[in-house]
Ligand binder design. Sequence first.
Ligand SMILES: Nc1ncnc2c1ncn2[C@@H]1O[C@H](COP(=O)(O)OP(=O)(O)OP(=O)(O)O)[C@@H](O)[C@H]1O
Length: 349
Amino acid sequence: MGYLSCKAQSSISVSNSHAPSPSSSSSKNIKIQYYDYSDLEAATDGFSEQKLLGKGSHGYVYKAFLKGQHVAIKKPSRGLELATEVDNEIEILSKIQSPRLVNLVGFSNDSKSRILVVEFMSNGTLYDILHSNTRSLNWGRRIRLALQIAKAIDTLHSQSPPIIHRDIKSANVLIDRNFNARLGDFGLALRCHANDGRFLSTPPAGTMGYLDPLYVTPDNLSTKTDVFSFGILLLEIISGRKAIDVGYSPPSIVDWAIPLIRKGKLLCVYDPRIAPPKDPVVRKQLAVIAAKCVRSCRERRPAMKEIVNWLTGLSKLVPLHSWNGFNNPCLMVETMGQPMLQNGCRNGV
Ligand SMILES: Nc1ncnc2c1ncn2[C@@H]1O[C@H](COP(=O)(O)OP(=O)(O)OP(=O)(O)O)[C@@H](O)[C@H]1O
């Protein structure tokens, strides 16, 4: 996995040449394309409805084909405050590329509007996949998606200084054409540097349902804030339930799932739309990992690296079958592995 060291970050080049493909990311040579507003306007047929992929709180996302590459174009809908989020996303993503992230391709920087151009993800968001009733993912696929998201967050936390995403949620996980998870939306991301004024003064933010309850002042932010949100996302992957769903009591996934996991009623938390994982070790450990991530004592939450190790072990125990209906022979290969979970993961929650 490629990511940049702090030193290499000074050698970013903003150029008019093509951005490198994410898989060929180099620590010294991230090339970001600069676009004229008119190029982006033309590529989206004047930001037309037909090219609209979706809408978020920051603005609209359009599909376009630019210089031989499918891209997603993110156009803020409101004023200055949102431009700041786009600026932040540019600042963070122009210094890091990874096959686990929705990478920056370029941006337009003219007086009319700051517009972001990122890689196009053809299979939508994990939120849509988990909560649509048309396709249910098998356990092999769910565990691999969880592992890929954990690797993405670990990549951010391994930077110097660490980058904290602050908005880990299933709607910010996009699925690429090979059905791999990519972490996107870096509008809220912050570099965790004790002397950084922005880090010290930025008020807490995130998405309700995923937000660490301990993150109440700017200086409370830590990598464990993302670990908490990842735990919520893992519960969502396990149960198929939304982070907050007022149709249930209690509506919060964590208030519902953790007492059940503590009582050992694991089968109650598994997605009723599909049979639970066959292997009881997998059933238990997946739930235990999620419960460890959302512990109220931050110090007792695991680091992302540990979570990556545990999920890697679990992924070896569960075969990866086809992606419900999509016929990708590469995904049909069964992965055999030896049981492994270290670092006390077999202990209780
Ligand atoms: N890189 C991309 N490739 C393909 N579709 C995308 C891409 N980025 C976003 N989309 C689509 O656009 C929609 C809106 O994305 P956006 O990031 O603006 O908002 P969000 O993450 O859903 O919400 P919010 O910004 O409020 O957190 C997504 O739900 C997705 O369907």
